[in-house]
Ligand binder design. Structure first.
Ligand code: NDP
Length: 256
């Protein structure tokens, strides 16, 4: 039997694929044979990611774009189709966070976080749908968070956006199952990236608390998301849709 995890000949768009968890997933997809479209706002980070993907022998392009803007998605899809002629996988992973008490957030900050973390994923899904229909298949992987299922006192807009990602995943999964499109979420735990660096440096005792509560006894790494990305992007997960898979070393399932 052929390898159900093989992604040769497939093309994947990864938002926020120029660093952190997104690059970890992009490298996993590249190793499995996929071509990549990396999307991020920062051109230098995009170039650095392309260099890493080239080392794996992957075909890859970058699109400099703000995924929260609807017009960006026309460019992203056009670039993917122009380069690879198809889109098989969309990874909605770009995300931002801001830590402060809920009463201190401005409306603009709330909107920025919701637009980037949640609305962009919806726009992305809408943008790739016609191509998935044409191919008769498609995979969407949304990056949620443990904040999709747990409350955080100092990141309420982020928590709202990540709760929304979980329900967006389920809604799209139900709507598009008949089109052979599977939509799933990954819920990263505490992962060493630029996003968590600030929290780790500024919150006293965070490091110790994360280590004490994590059965795996360590912070996660971007490359911990490579395998789950390949699984959810491949034929191996054909009958799995609307699922949310924690990638957290057991953080969310430990009683004490
Ligand atoms: P990083 O800050 O390392 O990565 C964020 C990525 O998103 C970057 O590639 C960034 O690229 C991109 N990005 C942000 N805003 C936009 C935008 N408007 N348009 C396009 N790209 C954008 O953080 P992580 O890797 O940690 O985060 C990735 C995802 O994982 C996020 O959704 C985050 O919420 C989630 N997550 C992270 C956890 C952690 O502990 N680190 C835990 C749970 C979830 P650029 O700057 O070039 O735009």
């Amino acid at each position: 039997m052929d390898n159900p995890f093989d992604l040769s000949g497939k093309a994947a768009i990864v938002t926020g694929g120029n660093g952190g968890i997104g690059l970890g997933m992009a490298e996993g997809l590249a190793r499995a044979g996929a071509s990549l479209v990396v999307v991020g706002r920062n051109a230098a980070k995009n170039e650095a990611a392309l260099a890493r993907l080239a080392k794996l022998g992957a075909r890859a392009i970058a699109v400099q774009a703000d995924v929260a803007r609807r017009d960006a998605w026309q460019r992203i899809v056009a670039a993917a189709l122009g380069e690879f002629g198809r889109i098989d996988v969309l990874v909605n992973n770009a995300g931002i966070s801001l830590r402060k008490a809920p009463q201190d957030f401005s409306l603009e900050e709330w909107r920025d976080i919701l637009d980037t973390n949640l609305t962009a994923a919806f726009l992305g899904a809408q943008a790739v749908y016609p191509e998935f229909k044409r191919l008769g298949a498609g995979k969407i992987i949304n990056t949620g968070s443990l904040c999709s299922i747990l409350g955080g006192a100092f990141n309420v807009p982020y928590t709202a956006s990540k709760g929304g990602i979980l329900q967006l995943t389920r809604g799209l999964a139900v709507a598009w199952a008949k089109d052979n499109i599977q939509v799933n979420a990954v819920l990263p735990g505490w992962i060493e990236t630029d996003l968590s660096k600030r929290a780790r440096a500024s919150i006293p005792g965070l490091d110790e608390r994360v280590l004490a509560r994590s059965p795996a006894g360590r912070w996660g790494r971007p490359e911990d998301h490579a395998g789950v990305a390949v699984f959810l992007a491949s034929r191996a997960s054909e009958f799995i849709t609307g699922a949310a898979i924690p990638v957290d070393g057991g953080y969310s399932i430990q009683l004490l």
